[in-house]
Design a protein around this ligand. Sequence first.
Ligand SMILES: O=C(O)CCC(=O)C(=O)O
Length: 350
Amino acid sequence: MRQTEMRQTEMRQAEVRQAEVRQAEVRQAEVRQAEVRQGDMADGLKETAATPRHFVWHGEMGDEMCAAFAEDGYLIIEDFFAADQCDALKAHAIGLMDNHQADEDLVVFSAAGQAHAKADYFRTSGDKIRFFLEEGAVDEAGQLRVPMREAVNKIGHNLHDLDSEFSAFSRAPQMRKVAEKLFTAPQLLQSMYICKNAHIGGEVNCHQDSTFLYTKPESCIGFWVAIEDATPENGCLYAETGGHHGPLRALFQGGQENGFQDKGGELAMRTLDTTPFGEADAALIARKGTLVLLHGRVPHLSSANMSDKSRHAYALHVIDGSAHYPAENWLQRGADHPLRGFETEGLTGG
Ligand SMILES: O=C(O)CCC(=O)C(=O)O
């Protein structure tokens, strides 16, 4: 009798081991497929030294993912959102652009627009939904040269609290799961729907996100989601592998006194460290639905989109509520817009 029980236990253990081996094989095959896809999407890739690791989402941010993020300063997780969720967010964003009654922004972004009006429009957008237009999308007379949905560079910076669709996307269970691995008290600070439209989408210069969204201690992490395939041809992200171990180069902030926003204070880039950025050696090629995590210190950029294909993306920047948020930071929210976490309970949206 005891021998029979022992044999059954051994058989169960062997079955578990076999299932684990099968699961590991499936995961390896998925990673190989992701690498092949990355190769297929790599047309136009400049010579890069690093081959970014690609992971596939299986409901958990595992130890390997955490280790890769800590080493590289970025993390690519495929199949994070379903393609139809991305399509729905894109359709919604295009609807917002089509329905946008442009007035202030046409003046601000016209070829004759004043730099300070542009700066003000940006400076006060932290708790609003504003439309930032591409360079050259508006003529001297304040008329759009292309339809609004093609003229928009990005929509920002509080989609995640003011728009119910964006709130739901930002607070999707898998976003919350990842955030819980990375933060003590995650708070959603900034959101941007970035269009990088065909032929008109401008470049984003090399920068560190903590320059713009500084906390003490630093805690900013970018959650960047490919709403469409992002390739070297249509302006995917590039990042400096391991570059988050370098110093923070600059802070983009307002005057020293608290409440600079109310006083219309000027924003300025303050140099902290003159070490040049290293080469952005990793093309973060991302299939639709992929999450790219970006450490607040990792230098990253994207090129102008000269191709026929748009490259829509949604970027959410999260900070830790336990860190100090300086009153000099450019992004300030009114008292009626307190920061919120990933909890969906009690949200009305809209
Ligand atoms: O999407 C891009 O091209 C740039 C995004 C970016 O720099 C960011 O989310 O921090």
